[in-house]
Design a protein around this ligand. Structure first.
Ligand SMILES: [Mg+2]
Length: 342
């Protein structure tokens, strides 16, 4: 397929690259151990990689990584939306992951054409060193503490632990072991909306001694989060309950959270995410940019965006390429606890 798309997609202040070739390919991601989704664990997932080439042979990459029951579209629909854009330039309104692939690839190609890193193109002078949190797991408190200590020894300064899969007493034991193992490194937890609203406030009060950086989605739903946040001694971050810019506006109106977790892959890519970030920041909310457990093409786009935004504290959740055994592109892995972008 050969087609120029110059001028067809709004790119903010970035000059549109002169696209001469468009390649749309499916590829499979595979995970070292199954990831949990709203429809149960999965160990494989299909994504769409978009490759744009300009007249000088320079290449920009984008990834559409729909996630079942998280994004509104399937991988078939995302692929179709990218094909439509390639054919007639139509904006993929109903497919945020297709838009993420298209805008991601256009920005990537524009940066290559300008011989600059993407983050520097979006925000001149921004740092390309992105410290990232490490998600750790383990079957017992000891296993978990060991994994957390290893992550800290490897250079991570922020550890994330999933909670609410079992009884609270077990989580308390696990988190206490981790806190002892990691000294003064930061510790954040993610309940994925899994705690019972009536019990959450007591959980958070009991966890306050562990000096937690934040809790993601202690309960599901923006009203329920607002009620929890009103008494929480720990900063509350909204994740799954805020998936669009309109959701983030409701978070602000209701007071549902202190921070928002932004997944550029699900929000519609770097430019849409920058807009959401602006709305959130103006309202005083903190930002945590994370992956959608997508491949390294998508992770790279998210990392450049968070570098451009300067959203580096709290540490972004972008160390997830370590979970993959089959990736969408060159693996973007942390070095001494940080992604180094070029
Ligand atoms: Mg989360």
């Amino acid at each position: 397929m050969t087609r120029s798309t110059r001028g067809r997609t709004e790119l903010g202040d970035v000059d549109l690259p002169d696209v001469r070739e468009i390649k749309i390919e499916r590829t499979k991601l595979a995970y070292r151990s199954p990831i949990s989704t709203a429809r149960g664990p999965i160990d494989r997932r299909e994504v769409v990689v978009l490759t744009l080439t300009d007249g000088k042979g320079r290449v920009g990459l984008g990834e559409a990584a729909p996630l079942v029951n998280f994004t509104p579209e399937s991988v078939d629909e995302a692929e179709l939306a990218i094909h439509r854009w390639a054919d007639d330039g139509s904006t993929p309104a109903g497919s945020p992951t297709a838009r993420a692939a298209i805008d991601g690839a256009l920005v990537d190609l524009a940066a290559r054409a300008a011989s600059r890193p993407v983050h520097d193109l979006l925000a001149p002078g921004s740092s390309g060193i992105v410290p990232v949190s490490a998600l750790v797991g383990g079957n017992t408190p000891d296993d978990l503490a060991t994994a957390a200590a290893e992550a800290v020894a490897g250079g991570h300064r922020t550890i994330k632990v999933k909670v609410a899969a079992g009884p609270f007493s077990a989580d308390l034991a696990r988190l206490t072991a981790v806190r002892e193992a990691i000294g003064d490194a930061r510790l954040r937890i993610d309940a994925n909306g899994g705690w019972v609203p009536d019990e959450v406030s007591e959980h958070l009060i009991r966890l306050a001694d562990l000096d937690l950086e934040l809790v993601e989605e202690p309960v599901a739903g923006l009203e329920a989060l607002a009620a929890v946040r009103a008494t929480s001694p720990i900063p509350v971050a909204v994740d799954e309950s805020a998936r669009t810019i309109d959701d983030v506006r409701r978070v602000i109106a209701l007071g549902s959270a202190d921070l928002v977790v932004l997944k550029p892959s699900a929000l519609g890519g770097p430019l849409m995410t920058a807009e959401v970030a602006r709305v959130a920041t103006e309202a005083g909310l903190g930002l945590v940019v994370t992956s959608l457990l997508d491949g390294s093409v998508g992770i790279r786009a998210a990392a450049h965006l968070t570098a451009a935004l300067g959203a580096l504290d709290p540490a972004p959740g972008l160390a997830t390429a370590v979970l993959l055994t089959a990736d969408s592109g060159p693996s973007l892995l942390p070095t001494e606890g940080a992604l180094v972008l070029d």
